[in-house]
Write a protein that binds this ligand. Structure first.
Ligand SMILES: Nc1ncnc2c1ncn2[C@@H]1O[C@H](COP(=O)(O)OP(=O)(O)OP(=O)(O)O)[C@@H](O)[C@H]1O
Ligand SMILES: [Mg+2]
Length: 348
């Protein structure tokens, strides 16, 4: 008969592959139960989007097998996402991720919506802010253009109740400002709107809040990075020189002392187009994003081709990551990559 101590002893030989410490020291083993010929326990991961679950499961089973090869073992995964900074955490928002680019139209909103829905599909609690006050596109990408967010009184304050769609909570300036009102925003108004979209929304507990930023480096970017604890930014670029030059400017803004935000990675979008005969066409040039990643020593965390299904899905209000298509796997891998980097950074 094996006892708990034997099991924990064996499990202390299994390392978290990213954090490089063993599961017992990391206090990741929960609810260990041993009954007759069966062991069951949970492994509490630092993100539900962990790409290494199967490796961890196999390593644990190998260890239990060494203890007693006849015993059955059931392992379930749970997660508790680590906050970026417990002290400065705003409300219950554990991580804020800024999606940005220098140049417009490179795919920020498409990528933001697929990252948000992708992380939620993996089990995370996710919010999405469309901070593109001048050209919001998230309501279209989530098929909720005609919905009006509700307001709820909290003391003297009027709180915005986010719209819920495909498992995530979202707010957009597009949902707050009537479509036919061409508002001329000045810098301070835009800054105040950015603050409101974080502070005056009933987010509840969030593992990740994705912020889809407007192109360039505006008051909105400065407000976000100076006033909120942003876990990291993701830079989107196409391979073209005009796009990578601007992406570099966006990265340098996040490197300034006052607006310092970690860059989690670069995504090269619209990298090529594959024709029906299977030939690759480099419509916007080749490898600009890859070269930028090498030059600045920032990891390339995704490379997305031009695919009709991506833009059609966005236009029809149903992000592509919800469909089983080859290109969806690229978005899933981007989600794994981001979640993994954040988990490792936040552990330190
Ligand atoms: N990989 C892709 N394949 C095909 N179409 C794409 C791809 N990525 C984005 N698009 C399309 O390109 C257009 C611009 O994308 P999107 O709106 O996401 O860019 P953006 O960077 O958010 O733009 P803006 O700077 O105006 O906010 C959209 O029509 C979108 O559907
Ligand atoms: Mg956009």
């Amino acid at each position: 008969m094996v006892n708990k101590e034997d099991v924990l002893n064996k499990l202390s030989n299994v390392l978290d592959p990213d954090i490089k410490k063993d599961l017992v020291t990391l206090n990741m083993i929960k609810n260990l139960v041993i009954d007759d010929n069966k062991i069951s326990f949970e492994i509490e991961l630092t993100t539900p989007a962990c790409p290494l679950k199967e490796k961890i499961r196999k390593d644990c089973l190998d260890q239990i097998n060494k203890l007693n090869s006849d015993i059955k073992c059931e392992i379930n995964f749970t997660s508790n996402v680590l906050p970026f900074d417990k002290k400065s955490m705003i409300k219950n928002i554990k991580n804020i991720i800024a999606i940005t680019s220098g140049k417009g139209g490179v795919g920020k909103s498409t990528i933001s919506s697929n990252i948000a829905v992708g992380l939620s599909k993996m089990g995370a609690k996710v919010g999405l802010i469309d901070a593109d006050i001048f050209g919001p596109s998230i309501p279209t990408m989530f098929n909720c253009e005609n919905e009006q967010p509700m307001f709820k009184k909290d003391g003297d304050k009027n709180m915005i109740v986010p719209i819920e769609q495909y498992g995530i909570k979202l707010v957009s300036m597009g949902l707050l400002v009537p479509k036919d009102k061409a508002i001329i925003w000045r810098g301070p108004m835009a800054s105040s709107a950015m603050r409101q979209l974080i502070l005056d929304v009933e987010w509840g507990e969030l593992d990740y809040l994705i912020v889809d930023l407007p192109p360039g480096t505006s008051d909105i970017h400065i407000t976000l990075s100076q006033n909120f604890p942003v876990t990291g930014s993701v830079i989107v670029t196409t391979p073209q020189k005009v796009s990578t030059i601007d992406a570099e400017k966006a990265i340098s803004m996040f490197n300034q002392e006052k607006t310092k935000v970690d860059v989690l990675g670069i995504i090269q979008n619209m990298s090529h187009f594959v024709s029906e005969e299977g030939k690759k066409h480099f419509i916007f040039g080749e490898d600009g994003g890859i070269e930028l990643s090498k030059k600045l020593n920032v990891e390339l965390i995704g490379d997305i081709p031009i695919e009709k299904s991506v833009s059609e899905s966005s236009d029809s209000g149903y992000p592509i990551v919800l469909k089983e298509e080859k290109v969806s796997e690229i978005f899933e891998s981007i989600c794994h990559n981001i979640a993994r980097k954040i988990a490792v950074n936040n552990f330190k």
